[in-house]
Ligand binder design. Structure first.
Ligand code: ADP
Ligand code: UDP
Length: 237
């Protein structure tokens, strides 16, 4: 399948139509942003790594019974996916306190939760992606109760599978964000990407950050961290 018109250019990816309205091609860029677009930059080679990593992880999730949008990796930066109507929720699962959780609730980064915690943000850049609960999501017409329940079940299953995969690489899955969408028949599938842009990944021994926090917090070694987690994942397969 070939790229046709550019439908959307986001902060990290471009989305193209194909000859078939059921499919899209996503093209991963090296561009990166943080703090709702306030901080902008480039992470050299990131697009190639995120494309490959997201596809490897999504195919493992498929093997474990979690439906995803993945169809086929086309080249270094481009992947054919099923077109979905995105449920405008950022579905965040946390195993360890970090980032906005630590800030909002005054909890030191690194506190390990007894069980995974799940939260939703309203995916709306103009509003700054506000935190919201199930009732809010239903009131806003973003998803039905049944869809929310399924999304929660899938998100926790994703956490289990990814947690195991990363543990085998000597990496702790601290937290992550995923997005879900509806296929033409209404079926909910995992969409968007899973990468160091969307997950917090810490070295299991040293707790060194191996994800986008290196960019957000100006820690340096951003490219090297992305390369390192990708190599660890590839070597564990
Ligand atoms: P953003 O929109 O936050 O800047 P990206 O640069 O990653 O993010 O752009 C990719 C866009 O494509 C996102 O808005 C995402 O929700 C959307 N998307 C991801 N997967 C699919 C899919 N399978 N079908 C339709 N849209 C998708
Ligand atoms: N995240 C993301 N996109 C967002 C917000 C968060 O991919 O727009 C990811 C982020 O990389 C982290 C997790 O979701 O792995 C939790 O992020 P948090 O709420 O702590 O927000 P942040 O600290 O990034 O503001």
């Amino acid at each position: 399948m070939e790229k046709q018109e550019l439908l959307y250019e986001g902060k990290a990816k471009k989305v193209y139509a194909t000859q078939d309205p059921k499919f899209l091609i996503v093209a991963y860029k090296d561009d990166t942003t943080a703090f709702n677009g306030l901080k902008k930059g480039t992470i050299q080679g990131k697009g190639v790594i995120n494309n490959r990593m997201s596809n490897l992880l999504m195919s493992r999730l498929e093997q474990q019974g979690i439906p995803t949008h993945l169809v086929e990796e086309l080249n270094d930066r481009e992947t054919l996916v099923k077109k979905v109507s995105i449920v405008p929720l950022e579905v965040i699962v946390r195993n360890i306190a970090a980032g906005s959780f630590s800030k909002r609730y005054g909890v030191e980064e690194g506190v390990v939760f007894d069980a995974p915690t799940l939260e939703f943000s309203y995916k709306n850049d103009a509003l700054g992606d506000p935190l919201l609960n199930d009732d809010h999501a239903v009131a806003l017409g973003l998803a039905s109760r049944e869809e929310l329940a399924l999304i929660q079940t899938y998100a926790l299953a994703v956490n289990k599978v990814l947690g195991r995969i990363w543990a085998e690489c000597g990496v702790i899955l601290v937290d992550f964000k995923v997005e879900f969408g509806r296929l033409g028949d209404g079926a909910i599938v995992l969409a968007d990407e899973i990468s160091p842009d969307t997950c917090r990944l810490w070295d299991a021994k040293t707790h060194e950050k191996l994800d986008k926090d290196r960019f957000r917090r100006d820690l340096g070694g951003v490219e090297a961290a992305y390369v390192q987690v990708m190599e660890r994942l590839a070597n564990s397969l």
